[in-house]
Ligand binder design. Structure first.
Ligand SMILES: [Zn+2]
Length: 92
């Protein structure tokens, strides 16, 4: 399924956005964790919807994302600006 088809489903999903230097913060998102790529230093902020903050989940997602960033370098050599994060039941 394409990212486009998933758009509505993903609206409430946790996301990791590449940290920009604008200082802008999305109004309906709370930054739960920051993950820094070991290989290139890119910073990603894990954001949860204001209404569904879950620190335990954010910790798991941070670990998942750290792995994902390693894979990005192996497979594509770059990171997407936004990564959709799995829910707890989607992570092993
Ligand atoms: Zn990287």
């Amino acid at each position: 399924m394409s990212e486009f088809e998933n758009r509505d489903k993903n609206r409430q999903r946790a996301t990791a956005k590449r940290a920009q230097h604008t200082g802008k913060v999305s109004q309906d998102r709370v930054v739960m964790e920051t993950v820094v790529c070991d290989q290139c230093g890119a910073r990603f902020e894990i954001g949860h919807a204001m209404a569904s903050q879950d620190p335990t989940l954010a910790t798991r997602q941070a670990a998942w994302l750290a792995d994902q960033l390693v894979w990005d370098h192996i497979q594509e050599g770059r990171h997407r600006g936004t990564q959709y994060l799995p829910a707890l039941h989607e992570m092993k």
